[in-house]
Design a binder for this molecule. Sequence first.
Ligand code: FES
Ligand code: FES
Length: 164
Amino acid sequence: MTQISMTVNGKSVSADVEPRTLLVQFLREKLLLTGTHVGCDTSQCGACVVHVDGEAVKSCTMLAVQADGASVLTIEGLAQGGRLHPMQEAFREHHGLQCGFCTPGMIMTAVDLAARLGPELDEKTIRENLDGNLCRCTGYHNIVKAVAAGAHAMGAQPVKAAAE
Ligand code: FES
Ligand code: FES
């Protein structure tokens, strides 16, 4: 076992983990943060996306020990003070989900995308940047609308602000 410490959604956590533990397993099974989903075993679906030190990462592609000392933001940490994050609000408003399984990863990717590329995102840019996130339900149209609206609402707000 290896001891690791990190900040998750603004709180310090420490735990002993097996070196082979994936970050997504650590979040879901040790911390019980089950909003981060596992939708594949081939690193393709994007349901597991979280932010590590402010950047979107597929948490099934990273070992928990590699996040030692990092600041991690999951979907559970996005709402602040009882208010949905603007990107969450935009997904709700524009019906950017059906079953909701892909939604946490979509939203975490979308927040990163908006923070990197700014508030005015065209459809082509959004579709290109969501190519690592798969949705079986929606046909993507409303997700694209939601991401455009969410990015606009976020303005130039940096991702890290939500974690602090
Ligand atoms: Fe599918 Fe991580 S679980 S990409
Ligand atoms: Fe069901 Fe995307 S809403 S997989």
